[in-house]
Design a protein around this ligand. Structure first.
Ligand code: LLP
Length: 383
């Protein structure tokens, strides 16, 4: 919670910075754990959402696995509390060096996205005399009803193996002494709020597990990916975690030995983070008021890249409501956090919180304009 005591601490600090409410993160982790253990599910945290070491350690301590998309993420997870058999490694473009590192580390599973990648993995494993565990990422052609840029499960994207190629891919893996077909993997997109998308995914998964069992190919792992969205209009609410797991618990038909894995990122860390920024100047252009703040698109790219809405609160004013365009200092018109946002009378020096920024916020920060990377502050440290 960003209450008055927290705001008073902020007032003495240089901005911008990310503020993480670790109590909220703990409660989210507990909720995920409780809701998923009812069905025997396991969640791998999608580290790309936020790789801050303090957060990664907390997630590892809570008993989650990790979903990594680069060799560096694997190394980072090993350095921050995960063991190799907690780690799945995804991504359409794994380099040879990354594959070698993952094999040497002994990770749990490679989520593979093309025949070419699987052939390469097989030959690298052969050269090392190792056997790589593989989950085939299948493109299920299921719409996620979300922003185009974060839709990944329809056929016209670069992700996953087309269902028409499944036979050839399966034959290759089962025929290679250096590969072990452990499971199937899916991920249809991100910030999904229409849960029907997940029901449709379950229906497709059932068709596919049947396809494998008709061919007498044993599948141990059904990894359904991540994607559960958060409510940006109500940053103090939890994601629909119970409903989400209930869908998979109800609709997926699985055999006793088959384990269902999840790769949640945003639902884990999205609501616990806010970007805290100071108002530098108020400027009026053609009747529109601009609040120019010291955070920019380099600190939080989501509004510029996806036109994402993030609720913005003025923590230090209780004046009459007025409308502002909230913009950063970067030399791009896209460096805009909100247009016509309703805020209490806002002045130079006021402190604003840009909410629901725990996922894909700090993680996507850049040094464009040679700006400093945003710092991170944790509720445990300042309270
Ligand atoms: N698994 C795979 C294979 C993924 O590609 C992703 C996210 C996840 C799991 C985790 O998805 P989540 O539960 O966080 O939705 N930068 C964008 C989001 C990109 C998501 C990329 N993949 C944003 O800020 O909205």
């Amino acid at each position: 919670m960003i209450n008055r005591a927290v705001t008073e601490k902020f007032a003495a600090l240089p901005t911008p910075f990310y503020y993480y409410d670790l109590d909220l993160l703990r409660r989210t982790l507990d909720l995920i754990h409780e809701a998923s253990s009812k069905y025997g599910f396991r969640t791998h945290y999608a580290v790309k959402a936020n790789f801050n070491p303090r957060i990664v350690k907390m997630v590892a301590e809570a008993g989650f696995g990790a979903d990594c998309v680069s060799g560096n993420e694997i190394r980072h997870c090993l350095d921050n509390g995960f063991t190799a058999d907690d780690i799945v490694f995804a991504g359409v473009g794994k380099t040879d060096r990354e594959i070698e590192f993952a094999l040497d580390s002994g990770i749990f599973c490679f989520n593979c996205e093309s025949m070419a990648e699987i052939e390469n993995l097989s030959s690298i494993a052969a050269a090392k005399g190792k056997v790589a565990s593989v989950a085939v990422r299948i493109n299920p052609n299921v719409d996620a009803f979300t922003h185009n840029y974060i839709t990944t499960g329809v056929e016209e994207t670069k992700f996953g193996i087309h269902m028409g190629e499944l036979e050839e891919v399966t034959d290759f893996i089962t025929g290679s002494p250096y590969l072990n077909l452990k499971g199937i993997h899916f991920h249809i997109g991100s910030q999904i709020l229409n849960l029907t998308a997940f029901r449709n995914l379950c229906a497709r998964i059932n068709e596919l597990t049947e396809w494998f069992s008709n061919r007498c190919v044993d599948i141990d792992i059904i990894n359904v990916g991540g994607g559960l969205g958060i409510d940006h209009y109500y940053p103090d609410t939890m994601p629909s975690i119970k409903e989400y797991f209930e869908i998979f618990g109800t609709f997926i038909r699985r055999r006793d030995h088959q384990q269902v894995l999840f790769e949640l990122g945003r639902a884990v860390v999205g609501q616990c983070g806010s970007l805290i920024t100071r108002v530098l100047y108020i400027k009026r252009v053609l009747g529109v008021q601009y609040a120019i703040v010291d955070a920019g698109m380099t600190d939080l790219l989501r509004p510029a890249l996806y036109q994402a809405f993030h609720l913005i609160e003025n923590l230090t004013s209780t004046g009459d409501i007025s409308k502002y365009n909230i913009v950063g200092p970067v030399c791009e018109s896209a460096d805009t956090f909100a247009r016509m946002a309703e805020l209490p009378l806002t002045r130079r020096g006021d402190i604003l919180a840009i909410r629901s920024a725990g996922a894909y916020g700090e993680a996507m920060a850049s040094r464009y304009n040679l700006r400093d990377l945003p710092r991170a502050l944790f509720s445990d440290d300042i309270l």
